[in-house]
Each structure stands twice: as structure tokens, then as C-alpha cells.
Design a protein around this ligand. Structure first.
Ligand SMILES: *Cc1c(COP(=O)(O)O)cnc(C)c1O
Length: 365
């Protein structure tokens, strides 16, 4: 038997979540599969929804070419557009859509002779202040691009800074800024990321851009833990698991692992699990972080090492060598592990590596 550390990717759950995103938002949806589909495998995820996806979004031409080479023929949007003008011919050849977020990109498109016209998503900085054209330069850019032969169509887009906070007024201010700057322009609009799809109906427009929700994690931070997942709407796609490979009982007062950070307060049955920070499990996870062993919740104890971590099996007498351990998945939500370590589900999912990736698909469509 090989090392039992496995990321089981349930493609039927991915398909379900994509359908759900479209159903909630209405209109069309680009499935955001940048960063190797948030660590899940971009080609496998794209193939799983290819027949129904309106398009895909990735961060770079390199990520897009991986999909094209795998035979994905639908629209693919480059979320940061091109980084240098030299990429434009390849963008044309591969029929890619591009975000245009900076005036230098606008100028480059206007100055280049193209063989065929481009579809661009013209991005406005409506308040996040990361990328995008300023509201007062947006209309001019739109108009000069729109009447240029290099342009086939323009989608108007913006991105939210605080859509994951349901009590924030910032998304409303961004929508107001966006609407004012685009008033009277008749072009399709895209505003909603996952948090906006799940929490801000006022942002719904022609196109949604869901990412994290497709992987079954709820990005809304001021909701009760996992409410949207446990409400059976979103289905976790990745089950990150391993097995117990060693067991011992230590007496009260004895430590476990590097740094002896955990000291038993009672006789403690310690299970060693074949998963560590080299697999992407966060080293900073403290004692108490939830894990599930053979379907029962318990806790991480002691420090996570490179290849192993330790769990408390004192109250799980049936657990034994070979017992299955879910690090995150259905019983332990990745978002709950993320809150224990002060990060977000996105980062944990993107970090999974070395583990064997297994793909399953139980539904026929
Ligand atoms: C990554 C990204 C998304 C998806 O965001 P989620 O929070 O994962 O839904 C949407 N739009 C843009 C511009 C992005 O960069």
C-alpha cells in the first residue's frame, strides 16, 4: 500500500455547485478555475462542467493554454489580461478573452494591428483600489475601444473588496460608483464573485464569476460556521484525508511532538496521521483544530510536522491503525480549519500538494 494521503476530488459536487451558482445568480457564469482550480485540478474540473459552462476564468495565458491543450474549447477569460504586448498574438490564436484593467493595456490594444477582433472585459476600480480603470476614465476608454476594429465585444466588470461581509456598506458604494460611471452604456455587466452570488442579490447582472463556491466553501464570514454548506446547498468538493499509521498511549504530563507543545492532561491515546505541512496541512494549526477519525470528530494535538500530525483518540476507542482521517471535507469544513489558523479556505485548498489526487464522479450528469 502506498502512503494514504489523498485528496479525493468529487467532480459531481463541483458540477452541482456550478449549477447552483448559476441558479442563484441567473444569467451566465464564468467558472473561475485559476490557480489549478484552487488546487483541485483545472483540467479535470473544466472537463466536468464543459458541456454546461458558459466559460472559464484563469489568471494567466499559461493557465489558459493548459486548458486549450486539454481540449477545452469554450471561452476562457484571462483575469489579469496580458502582462506584455508580446502575449497578444497567442491570445488571438487561442481565442482567449482578456480583462483590460489598466490604461497601458487600453493603449496597447488601440496601437496593435490585430488579425481578428477581441472580446474584452473592461474592468473598473469602483472602490477596491487594486486594479481597474478609474471611474472617470472608464467611459472614454470604453468608447475608444468600442468603435475600434480590434474589438468584438466589451463586458463591463468590477470586483468587490468586502462582499464577504454581509454588514458592510462597501459593496453598495461600489455598485453605486459603477452604475453612475456606466450610466447609459448598453453593454453586458459582471460584478459578482462567490460572496456576492451568495450574499448580494443587488449585484446580479449578466455574468457571474464564482470561484470558491464551486469548490463547496462558503466565503461569507459573518454567517454561522458553514451555514451555507450544512444547509446542503454547497457541496465540499475536496476531501483531504489520510490514515492513522501509529498509535500509543501517553501518561498525564507527557508531551507529544516537536517542541513538546502539547502536554497530556490525562492518559491520552495519540494517533499519528500520515499528513503534514509538506502535503499542505497548515503547520500553524493549533491543538484543538478539528479532524474526523472514522467519521467521528476529534482534535489535532501537538505540532504539525512535515510528514505527520497527531490527533487525540482518547475518546475514540474503536479508532485503530488504518482508521480513516478526514483533515477537511464533509465533516470538517475547510473553512473551519482555516478559521483555526487565521486564514481562509482558498489558501488551504490551493496549498494541497504531494498527496495523491483521486477523481470521482458518481452522477452521470
Ligand atoms: C478570483 C476572482 C473571482 C472569484 O472569486 P471567488 O471569491 O473565489 O468567488 C472573481 N473575479 C475575479 C476578478 C477574480 O480575480
Amino acid at each position: 500500500m502506498s502512503r494514504p494521503t489523498v485528496a479525493n476530488i468529487r467532480l459531481d459536487a463541483f458540477r452541482h455547485n456550478y449549477r447552483l451558482a448559476k441558479e442563484i445568480h441567473g444569467g451566465r457564469a464564468l467558472a473561475v478555475i485559476k490557480a489549478n482550480a484552487y488546487g483541485h485540478g483545472a483540467v479535470q474540473c473544466a472537463r466536468a462542467i464543459e458541456d454546461q459552462a458558459d466559460g472559464f476564468a484563469v489568471a494567466s495565458i499559461e493557465e489558459a493554454l493548459v486548458l486549450r491543450e486539454a481540449g477545452i474549447a469554450g471561452p476562457i477569460l484571462l483575469l489579469e489580461g496580458f502582462f506584455e504586448v508580446a502575449e497578444i498574438p497567442e491570445i488571438e490564436d487561442n481565442n482567449l478573452w482578456i480583462v483590460v484593467h489598466h490604461s497601458w493595456q487600453v493603449a496597447a490594444i488601440l496601437a496593435t494591428k490585430l488579425a481578428k477582433p477581441l472580446t474584452i472585459w473592461l474592468k473598473m476600480d469602483s472602490g477596491m483600489h487594486r486594479v481597474g480603470l478609474a471611474p472617470d476614465e472608464y467611459r472614454m476608454a470604453y468608447e475608444s475601444l468600442m468603435r475600434h476594429p480590434n474589438i468584438l465585444q466589451i463586458v463591463m466588470m468590477s470586483h468587490f473588496a468586502c462582499a464577504d461581509e454581509l454588514v458592510s456598506i462597501h459593496p453598495l458604494q461600489q455598485i453605486k460608483t459603477f452604475r453612475a460611471a456606466t450610466a447609459g452604456i448598453d453593454a453586458p455587466v459582471s460584478l459578482s464573485n462567490s460572496a456576492a452570488v451568495l450574499g448580494w442579490p443587488i449585484s446580479y447582472a449578466d455574468w457571474a464569476r464564482p470561484g470558491i463556491m464551486l469548490y463547496g466553501a462558503d466565503p461569507i464570514i459573518d454567517r454561522e460556521s458553514g451555514a451555507d454548506v450544512s444547509g446542503q446547498r454547497l457541496r465540499p468538493v475536496m476531501q483531504f484525508g489520510s490514515a492513522v499509521i501509529s498509535l500509543r498511549t501517553i501518561s498525564k504530563g507527557e508531551p507529544v511532538g516537536y517542541g513538546c507543545t502539547f502536554v497530556a492532561e490525562r492518559a491520552t491515546r495519540v494517533g499519528v496521521v500520515a499528513c503534514g505541512y509538506a502535503d499542505g496541512y497548515p503547520r500553524v494549526a493549533p491543538t484543538g483544530t478539528p479532524v474526523a477519525v472514522d467519521g467521528k470528530l476529534t482534535r489535532l494535538i501537538g505540532r504539525v510536522s512535515m510528514d505527520m500530525l497527531t490527533v487525540d483518540l482518547t475518546d475514540l476507542p474503536d479508532a485503530n491503525l488504518g482508521s480513516h482521517v478526514e483533515l477537511w471535507g464533509d465533516q470538517v469544513l475547510v473553512g473551519d480549519v482555516a478559521s483555526c489558523v487565521g486564514t481562509i479556505a482558498y489558501e488551504l485548498l490551493c496549498n494541497v500538494k504531494r498527496a495523491r489526487f483521486q477523481y470521482s464522479d458518481t452522477s452521470t450528469q
